[in-house]
Design a protein around this ligand. Structure first.
Ligand code: ISL
Ligand code: CA
Length: 559
C-alpha cells in the first residue's frame, strides 16, 4: 500500500493556523461598547505574534442583529457599528501586509427578514421575489409540517399579509433562502465574487449543508425527530449546488473554504471535501465539541470518546480529503472550561495541553479568540445576563412553559451557553478589561480580567499565548505535524492521549495527560522517545512520566 503522504497535495490552507474573530467582542475603538473593525486593525500585531496565518471574521455585514450578524440585511455593506467599507479594506490590507489572510463568513442558508429580498417577498404571492424564500400554505390550523427551529418552536411562521408560512430553521428573523430558485443561486455567486474580487481569501460557510430542502416538505422521519440536524443536513441537491458554486465561483480563485457542517457524519464527509469532487476544502465536524452538551445540559465527556471522534474522522477521510481541528467557537462554551480544567492552578497547563493537541492533530487548526489567553466561562447566574437569542427563546419555550425548572435551565446554561464565548476579549487590567472605554460593554466582561488578560500574557514567557506561538513555529518547522499520518497509540486509555505523526523519516510523538494525576507512560516496544521539542511545564517530567495536565512533543525513533 502506498504511503498516504505521497498522494496528499500540499496547500497553503492545510498548513495554516486559523484564528476566529467575533468582531462584536474583540476590541472596541470608539467607546460605544461594541467591538469594531478599527479595533481589530489595532490588534494585528498581536495576531501575528501568536503565529496566525488566516483570520476568519464572523459576520461583518449590515444586520439588525437578531443573531449578532448571522442575520444579514445587506451582503455588500459593512455593519454600521463595526465601521465602513474603508475600514474593511484597511483591515484586509493590514493583514496582507503582515503575511496573513482573511476569510469571511458566508451566511446564505438564510438572510435577515429585513433584507430587501424578503421585504419584497412577503408583500404578495406574485411579487418577483416571492420565490426567493420558502412559502407554503398551512396544514389545517397549523404549520405545513413538524420542522423545528434550532432556536425553539416551529420552523414556520405565518405571515398575515398573504396568509402563508415561511420557513426559518433558525430565528423567525432568519428566513431560509430558496436554493431551488436559479436566481437566488446567481445572487449568492455574485455576492461571493464581490468579496473575492476585493481580495478575501475564502469563506467559512454557515450551516451550508442545510441549503437543499426536500421539496415534498414531509414531517421528520421518526429516526430524526430528536437530532433534526441529521435530517436537514445533506438535502437532495446539496452536492449539485456546491459543485455549481465551485464551478461558477470558487474554482476561479486561490481560496479556502470551510463548511460549518452541523449534522454531517464522518461517513458523509468525503462527499463534501474530497478534492476530486470540487465542493469544499474542509468542514467543521461537531462530534467533538458536542461531547460536552446534551440539549442545554452539560454532559461529562470521557477521553476515549474524544479520541474515538478523531479516529473515526481519520478513518472515514482518505488522502484526498482534509479535516479541521477545533474544540471551540462562538457557539460553544469556553475551551478550557469545557475540555480542560479551569480551576487554578490547572487552568494554564490544561489550556496549553489543549493548544498542543489542536496544533498537532491531523487537520487545519482553528483557534477561537480568547482561548489563547485561557479565558474561562462567565459566572452567569440569571437569565437577564444572557444576550443570546438561543437562550432567550429556550427560556420562554422550556422554562416559562413549565417543561424545565428555572434552576435546571440556568445550571445547564452556566456550563454550555454560547454567550461564554462571546464575552469581550480581556486585553488588560484596565476597566472592562481594556475592551472598551464605555462604562458598559454590550455583554459583560468576565470579572476575572484583572488576572486573565493579554497584557499579562504577553509579559509572561510561560503564558498560553506564547505556547501557541511556539506551537505555530513547531508546525512550520515540522511538516509531519501538517501532512504526517496520525496513529493513536492508546485509544482506550482514560487519561492519556498519546499519538504519533509521521512523514517520511520523521516521526513525532505527542503525549497529553488529561488529568490532575501523574501518569506512567508505556509505549509500544518499537518506539523510543527522543528529544523533547516542546512541553507545557517549566520543568518537564522524566520521559516515562507525565505530571498532571502535562503535554509534550518529542522526536520519536522506531526500531
Ligand atoms: O449553537 C447552536 C445551538 O445553540 C447550534 O445549533 C448552531 O446554531 C448551529 O451550529 C448553526 O450555527 C451557525 O448558524 C446559526 C448561528 O446562530 C450560529 O452562530 C452559526 O455559527 C444561524 O446562522
Ligand atoms: Ca465600537
Amino acid at each position: 500500500m502506498p504511503q498516504k503522504e505521497e498522494t496528499v497535495r500540499r496547500r497553503w490552507w492545510k498548513e495554516a493556523v486559523v484564528y476566529q474573530i467575533y468582531p462584536r467582542s474583540f476590541q472596541d475603538s470608539n467607546g460605544d461598547g461594541i467591538g469594531d473593525l478599527p479595533g481589530i486593525i489595532s490588534r494585528l500585531d498581536y495576531l501575528k505574534g501568536l503565529g496566525v496565518d488566516v483570520v476568519w471574521l464572523s459576520p461583518h455585514y449590515d444586520s439588525p442583529n437578531a443573531d449578532n450578524g448571522y442575520d444579514i440585511r445587506d451582503y455588500r455593506k459593512v455593519m454600521a457599528e463595526f465601521g465602513t467599507m474603508a475600514d474593511f479594506d484597511a483591515l484586509l490590507a493590514g493583514l496582507k501586509a503582515r503575511g496573513m489572510r482573511l476569510i469571511v463568513d458566508l451566511v446564505v442558508n438564510h438572510s435577515s427578514d429585513e433584507h430587501v429580498w424578503f421585504v419584497e417577498s412577503r408583500k404578495s404571492k406574485d411579487n418577483p421575489y416571492r420565490d426567493y424564500y420558502i412559502w407554503r400554505p398551512g396544514r389545517g390550523d397549523g404549520p405545513p409540517n413538524d420542522w423545528r427551529s434550532y432556536f425553539s418552536g416551529s420552523a414556520w411562521t405565518l405571515d398575515p399579509t398573504t396568509d402563508e408560512y415561511y420557513l426559518h430553521l433558525f430565528a423567525d428573523k432568519q428566513p431560509d433562502l430558496n436554493w431551488e430558485n436559479d436566481k437566488v443561486r446567481a445572487e449568492v455567486y455574485d455576492l461571493m465574487r464581490f468579496w473575492l474580487d476585493k481580495g478575501v481569501d475564502g469563506f467559512r460557510m454557515d450551516v451550508i449543508p442545510m441549503i437543499s430542502k426536500e421539496q415534498t416538505f414531509p414531517d421528520y422521519p421518526p429516526e430524526h425527530r430528536e437530532r433534526t440536524e441529521y435530517y436537514h443536513a445533506v438535502g437532495p441537491r446539496l452536492h449539485e449546488f456546491l459543485q455549481e458554486m465551485n464551478r461558477e465561483v470558487l474554482s476561479k480563485y486561490d481560496v479556502m473554504t470551510v463548511g460549518e457542517a452541523f449534522g454531517v457524519t464522518p461517513e458523509q464527509t468525503p462527499d463534501l471535501v474530497d478534492e476530486r469532487r470540487g465542493e469544499l476544502n474542509m468542514i467543521f465536524n461537531f462530534d467533538a465539541v458536542r461531547l460536552c452538551h446534551e440539549g442545554h445540559r452539560y454532559r461529562p465527556w470521557t477521553l476515549p470518546e474524544l479520541k474515538a471522534v478523531y479516529n473515526r474522522l481519520e478513518e472515514s477521510t482518505g488522502s484526498h480529503c482534509w479535516n479541521t481541528v477545533f474544540l471551540s467557537n462562538h457557539d460553544n462554551a469556553r475551551l478550557v472550561s469545557s475540555f480542560g480544567d479551569d480551576a487554578e492552578p490547572w487552568r494554564v497547563p490544561s489550556a496549553k495541553l489543549l493548544a498542543t493537541m489542536l496544533m498537532t492533530l491531523h487537520g487545519t487548526p482553528f483557534i477561537y479568540q480568547g482561548d489563547e489567553l485561557a479565558m474561562t466561562n462567565y459566572p452567569f447566574t440569571s437569565v437577564e445576563q444572557y444576550d443570546d437569542i438561543a437562550v432567550r427563546n429556550a427560556w420562554k419555550a422550556e422554562v416559562l412553559s413549565g417543561k424545565v425548572t428555572a434552576a435546571d435551565f440556568l445550571e445547564g446554561m452556566a456550563r454550555t451557553s454560547r454567550d461564554h464565548a462571546r464575552t469581550p476579549m480581556q486585553w488588560s487590567s484596565a476597566s472592562n478589561g481594556g475592551f472598551t472605554s464605555a462604562a458598559k460593554a454590550w455583554l459583560a466582561v468576565n470579572p476575572n480580567y484583572p488576572q486573565i488578560n493579554a497584557e499579562a500574557a504577553l509579559a509572561d514567557p510561560g503564558s498560553v499565548y506564547h505556547h501557541y506561538a511556539r506551537l505555530a513555529d513547531l508546525r512550520r518547522a515540522h511538516p509531519a505535524l501538517v501532512y504526517g499520518d496520525f496513529v493513536d497509540l492508546a485509544p482506550a486509555h482514560p487519561r492519556l492521549f498519546a499519538y504519533t505523526r509521521r512523514l517520511g523519516d520523521e516521526t513525532l510523538l505527542i503525549l497529553l495527560n488529561f488529568s490532575r494525576e501523574t501518569i506512567e507512560v508505556e509505549l509500544p516496544p518499537n518506539l523510543r522517545v527522543g528529544e523533547l521539542l516542546l512541553g507545557n511545564l517549566s520543568t518537564p517530567s522524566e520521559t516515562s512520566r507525565l505530571a498532571g495536565w502535562e503535554a509534550r512533543v518529542h522526536r520519536c525513533h522506531r526500531d
